[in-house]
Design a protein around this ligand. Structure first.
Ligand SMILES: [Zn+2]
Ligand SMILES: [Zn+2]
Ligand SMILES: [Zn+2]
Length: 360
């Protein structure tokens, strides 16, 4: 926090999902969480014993797909040795009293993001990141087409032990679920309600505000400036087709969302040219994060309109996005007990730090 900035202590409501709120408390004494110690990054190029390194293809579980560049694999998808969901059982419907369960039917796959062992996203070539996101896209489309019991395909990445990565070699995961997860369901429903009332996609409105809106709030009696709001201050990176934004109600100190500038509800409908710009915006955004917090441990995940016809009415109201959530602290009992996230760096300040990084 800069010396001149006044400490902020306010509860901010997530504009997309109003039931989610964040306590922004920038005074040092408000820090309720233990800082996550940065873990030393494994930067080795190649590890003889690592099943995900190039040359060790026979050591992985069965390969499902491979995506090649210049005759060699760039990205591979393999089965997960310890799947959280499987498609090996028939549906069971055992329900007792209030205990309801949905059978853990689904798929769990590992995406080897790159053949280089310890490479970080900001170090990958843009062309490679394009291939990676195209791999996400084509595999998700294949699985949706394969089995209509798969209601949502969640693609995510854990990077670093604090973010839950069990393998040091850079990888993502794909989990095909028999239900649409609750947080996505809420985004879909709230944005649909907003659309019904305002005939406008709420995500597009947030992007428009981020790019243009500026205002000054004066005190009614004294006429003094109470606050200057410049929503443009939330922009972290802007490409031709994508934008990286620091959400106004960020749950995590360094959380960033990347969205297509032009309205699109479905990641599966993203064109090859779009992917190239996404790769560029993601690479630059991750480079900014790395410069500011060094060796970021993070999760990122894709939120997109589910493929089933049940959600075709969300075509105009939903807007797909990538949420990047760096893990710099451990959640406290207060957060788990209240459901209120505490963020100790104001999103305005965090965005400014990220934006002012000089990139090549
Ligand atoms: Zn490796
Ligand atoms: Zn939109
Ligand atoms: Zn989302």
């Amino acid at each position: 926090m800069s010396e001149t900035e006044k400490a902020i202590r306010e509860i901010r409501i997530n504009p997309i999902v109003p039931s989610e709120s964040v306590l922004i408390a920038t005074a040092r004494s408000m820090r309720p969480r233990k800082e996550e110690a940065p873990a030393p990054r494994d930067t080795r190029q190649h590890v003889e014993t690592c099943p995900f390194c190039r040359g060790n293809e026979d050591k992985t579980p069965p390969e499902l797909r491979r995506y090649e560049v210049a005759g060699e694999w760039a990205v591979r998808i393999v089965e997960n040795l310890y799947p959280v969901l499987g498609d090996d059982r028939d549906k069971s419907g055992l329900v007792f009293g209030l205990q309801q369960a949905i059978d853990g039917y689904g798929r769990h796959e590992v995406i080897v993001d790159h053949y280089t062992h310890g490479i970080a996203v900001h170090e990958m070539a843009e062309e490679h990141l394009t291939t990676l996101f195209q791999a996400y896209q084509s595999r998700a489309a294949e699985l949706y087409a394969l089995d209509e019991r798969l209601k949502y395909i969640l693609i995510f990445k854990n990077f670093g032990p604090a973010a839950g990565a069990s393998m040091a070699h850079t990888h993502s995961q794909l989990i095909a679920l028999p239900v649409v997860p609750q947080n996505l369901q809420e985004e879909l429903e709230h944005s649909r309600d907003h659309y019904k009332k305002h005939h406008h996609c709420i995500f597009c409105t947030l992007i428009d505000e981020a790019l243009t809106f500026e205002t000054t709030i004066y005190d009614r009696d004294s006429g003094k400036i109470v606050r200057r709001i410049n929503v443009g201050q939330y922009v972290v990176e802007r490409g031709e087709r994508f934008i990286a934004i620091k959400p106004f109600a960020s749950r995590y100190e360094w959380e960033i969302h990347i969205l297509p500038l032009e309205h699109n509800s479905d990641f599966l409908e993203t064109s090859a040219e779009d992917m190239a710009d996404l790769a560029r915006v993601l690479k630059r955004t991750m480079a900014r994060l790395d410069a500011v917090i060094g060796g970021a441990q993070y999760n990122y995940f894709l939120h997109s309109r589910p493929s089933s016809d049940d959600y075709s009415d969300c075509r105009g109201s939903y807007h797909w996005h990538l949420e990047i959530c760096p893990r710099t602290s451990v959640p406290s009992g207060f957060e788990l007990g209240s459901g209120l996230f505490v963020n100790t760096i104001s999103p305005e300040e965090a965005a400014e730090q990220l934006r002012t990084v000089e990139l090549d």
